[in-house]
Design a protein around this ligand. Structure first.
Ligand code: SF4
Length: 100
């Protein structure tokens, strides 16, 4: 017997407790063409909001799990997530590579 699928809302229920709830999403997602200092400043502002958020861990984990390519999630920017993914890939490769 197959388990009933989880309602999608359950997976996103944590957002009910988000510190950013009701905020303009432009604080977390870069406008087209944003670069350099403007981007770093916006991301730092977003990180300050995330630092006080009670669902920060699940937010960051969700972005990593889904390969989210845009925005600051759980205090992690796109570049932060890429670095974590690269580090995880190196660790997995190092541990799973056959010894010679
Ligand atoms: S960690 Fe940041 S982006 Fe995630 S829900 Fe909290 S405030 Fe929003």
């Amino acid at each position: 017997m197959r388990a009933a699928p989880r309602p999608l809302l359950v997976d996103w229920d944590w957002q009910q407790h988000a510190a950013c709830r009701g905020m303009n999403s432009s604080a977390f997602f870069s406008p087209s063409g944003e670069r350099g200092r403007a981007r770093r400043t916006r991301e730092e502002r977003a990180r300050r909001v995330c630092a006080g958020c009670e669902v920060r861990t699940v937010c960051a984990a969700t972005a990593l799990k889904h390969g989210e390519t845009y925005g600051v999630w759980g205090g992690l920017s796109r570049d932060d997530r890429r670095r974590l993914d690269d580090a995880a890939a190196r660790t997995i490769t190092r541990h799973e590579a056959p010894s010679q």
